[in-house]
Design a protein around this ligand. Structure first.
Ligand code: SAM
Ligand code: DTB
Ligand code: SF4
Length: 335
């Protein structure tokens, strides 16, 4: 059972999670999280594996398939994003997909082994009419027996409730970066707007999928700052996507220097330690990563991936490569 209680130490949300074991969700300082990042790599990995083992089967990985149901033409200025209309990235804007077309893709995803289906739309904030239409998509995907997730931008009052009634299990809305780096990346919506959408999602009884992107030029302390924001959400998200920046030509971050892959693995480990029961998703950037780094991410506590040869507009490893990698590691997809 999960129950919410007043927690005197939280600032923006004053609740925390009590589990059956009566463990109160810990509040993390940025210093404490930075100290985890600073541990010797073997020590950090050991701690992450202990936490992972205590809550999950280490051999299981969730497969979530993504579909961009409405691509491009977005008015926002997220510096990493190929779908922002203001950047010349070659992504063509499309209208919202029709239910039949979405159903076909969802059926194929299920047949290929996905258990979760996430629909993304490049909106700043959907209109009431958009929500009604996505609710219909949620209904048909849910009817296939897949878990449903949507990422549609900022939600207004009532939107999350409509989606919940249609059968939405998760809403993805990322904090993206630390509060003190965020303004370098996005100016068209602020951090509080994101927190407000997350509150609406939570209040409607939809599970929260919330993470961020690393490799955008932030410092290690700022990576710790992002994880602190996520881990101190009360309760922390059920699902935490950690994206490695995919550098897309035409975006301002196209020429950003690569993040050290071990730093990416450390971010996964720190997310695992600070959010013990969350699904930690090894998200964008896998195609550029190589098998060995992906394996390290699983050892660090990642237990979910995007499965399918496309993310929203960019590439992802093909499904055979993923199945083969898990086989080589003696791992399996979650049922
Ligand atoms: N428009 C909605 C929004 O921003 O909330 C939903 C879709 S948006 C593309 C979902 C998330 O994808 C972003 O919050 C960001 O974390 C991630 N993302 C977008 N472009 C990326 C890139 N080039 N590399 C890594 N992650 C990216
Ligand atoms: C998330 O955190 N990562 C996914 C999903 N949520 C929607 C999106 C990654 C997008 C990568 C760039 C692209 O393919 O356009
Ligand atoms: Fe638009 Fe979302 Fe891309 Fe930002 S991340 S430009 S809001 S599609």
């Amino acid at each position: 059972m999960t129950r919410l209680i007043e927690h005197p130490l939280t600032h923006h949300i004053k609740t925390t999670r009590l589990t059956d074991a009566d463990s109160i969700q810990k509040r993390w300082s940025v210093d404490a999280i930075e100290a985890l990042f600073n541990l010797p790599f073997p020590e950090l990995m050991h701690q992450a594996q202990q936490v992972h083992r205590a809550h999950f089967d280490l051999t299981r990985v969730e497969f979530a398939t993504l579909l961009s149901v409405k691509t491009g033409g977005c008015p926002e200025d997220c510096n990493y994003c190929p779908q922002a209309a203001r950047f010349d990235t070659g992504v063509e804007a499309t209208k919202l997909m029709e239910p039949d077309a979405v159903l076909e893709v969802a059926k194929r995803a299920k047949a290929a082994g996905a258990t979760r289906f996430c629909m993304g739309a490049a909106w700043r904030s959907p209109k009431d009419r958009d929500i009604e239409r996505v609710a219909e998509l949620v209904r048909i995907v849910k009817a296939l027996g897949l878990e449903t997730c949507a990422t549609l931008g900022m939600l207004e009052d009532g939107h999350a409730q409509t989606l919940q009634s249609a059968g939405l299990d998760y809403y993805n809305h990322n904090l993206d970066s630390a509060p003190d780096f965020y303004g370098d990346i996005i100016t068209t919506r602020d951090y509080q707007d994101r927190l407000d959408t997350l509150t609406r999602v939570r209040s409607a009884g939809v599970k929260v999928c919330c993470g961020g992107i690393v490799g955008m030029g932030e410092t290690r302390r700022q990576r710790a700052g992002l994880v602190a924001e996520l881990a101190n959400l009360a309760p922390y998200p059920e699902s935490v996507p950690i994206n490695n920046l995919v550098k897309v030509e035409g975006t301002p971050l196209a020429t950003q220097a690569d993040l050290d892959p071990f730093e990416f693995v450390r971010t996964i480990a720190v997310a695992r330690i600070t959010m013990p029961t969350a699904k930690v998703r090894l998200s964008a950037g896998r195609q550029q990563m190589g098998d060995a780094v992906q394996a390290l991410c699983f050892l660090a506590g990642a237990n979910s991936i995007f499965y399918g040869d496309k993310l929203l507009t960019t590439g992802n490893p093909d499904t055979n490569a993923d199945l083969e990698l898990l086989t080589r590691l003696g791992m399996h997809r979650s049922a």
